[in-house]
Design a protein around this ligand. Structure first.
Ligand SMILES: [Zn+2]
Ligand SMILES: [Zn+2]
Ligand SMILES: [Zn+2]
Length: 230
């Protein structure tokens, strides 16, 4: 049991729960991490109760790979990414949580994820991902390669992208117009088109962002030196 601790300023996630472990985390303050607050992986379970999880760089709580934790009466707020993210065949029971003022949205669910929810208050989140999509931006604008906004992602057969590449919807519409493209799923990713790691040139990369509270605008794009070797 981890109770009434202050867990903060970690380079990695504040707390990792994985491989069938089943801890009780109660009344902790988990904040200002340079990654996520709590990451639950590989069939992790556990009960998170009455924790304050805030101001973390990545998701407050990331639940992945067949995990199934219970989150009760936590406050998850002021995150620079999503409040709670659930992906990779995981699920969760969410009861009486307050999830607010997170930049990428309150509760982000990948394709096929259906948590049990009761009496949660999910309010006042910024939904920056949706805003970027509706204003025609590449999602790389808000994520850089340092975070993984959750949205629809695609693959481009014409550009021969691999299993590991993901392309955001606006890049599909602009940079890959007329190409043979394939919808993959709604999940967490960063856009490889905007990152400049595909063979085509991203047409949205140079556009100024309209979102002045975007945190990651100043981050350097990845691997610019490997572009256009021919
Ligand atoms: Zn993009
Ligand atoms: Zn393409
Ligand atoms: Zn693009």
């Amino acid at each position: 049991m981890i109770e009434r601790n202050e867990i903060f300023d970690n380079a990695m996630a504040g707390v990792w729960i994985k491989t069938d472990s089943n801890p009780l985390l109660r009344g902790n303050k988990i904040h200002d991490g340079r990654d996520g607050g709590v990451c639950i992986f590989s069939g992790g379970k556990g009960i998170l109760e009455e924790n304050d999880i805030f101001r973390n760089a990545q998701a407050g709580v990331l639940i992945s790979t067949s995990s199934h934790p219970m989150l009760r009466r936590n406050r998850i707020f002021d995150g620079n990414a999503a409040g709670v993210e659930i992906t990779n065949n995981a699920t969760a029971t969410l009861e009486g949580n307050k999830i607010f003022n997170n930049k990428f949205g309150g509760l982000c669910l990948a394709s096929g994820v259906h948590p049990k929810q009761k009496d949660n208050i999910i309010t006042g989140n910024h939904n920056m991902v949706q805003k970027a999509v509706s204003t025609g931006q590449c999602l790389y604008k808000i994520s850089s390669y340092t975070s993984f906004p959750m949205h629809d992602f695609y693959r481009c057969q014409t550009c021969n992208t691999t299993e590991r590449n993901a392309i955001c919807v606006n890049c599909i519409k602009n940079c890959h117009a007329g190409h043979v493209v394939e919808f993959i799923r709604h999940d967490r990713f960063f856009c490889d088109c905007g990152a400049g790691t595909l063979n085509n040139c991203c047409q949205l990369q140079g556009e100024p962002t309209q979102d002045t509270d975007t945190l990651y605008d100043s981050a350097a794009p990845m691997e610019t030196h490997t572009l256009r070797v021919n």
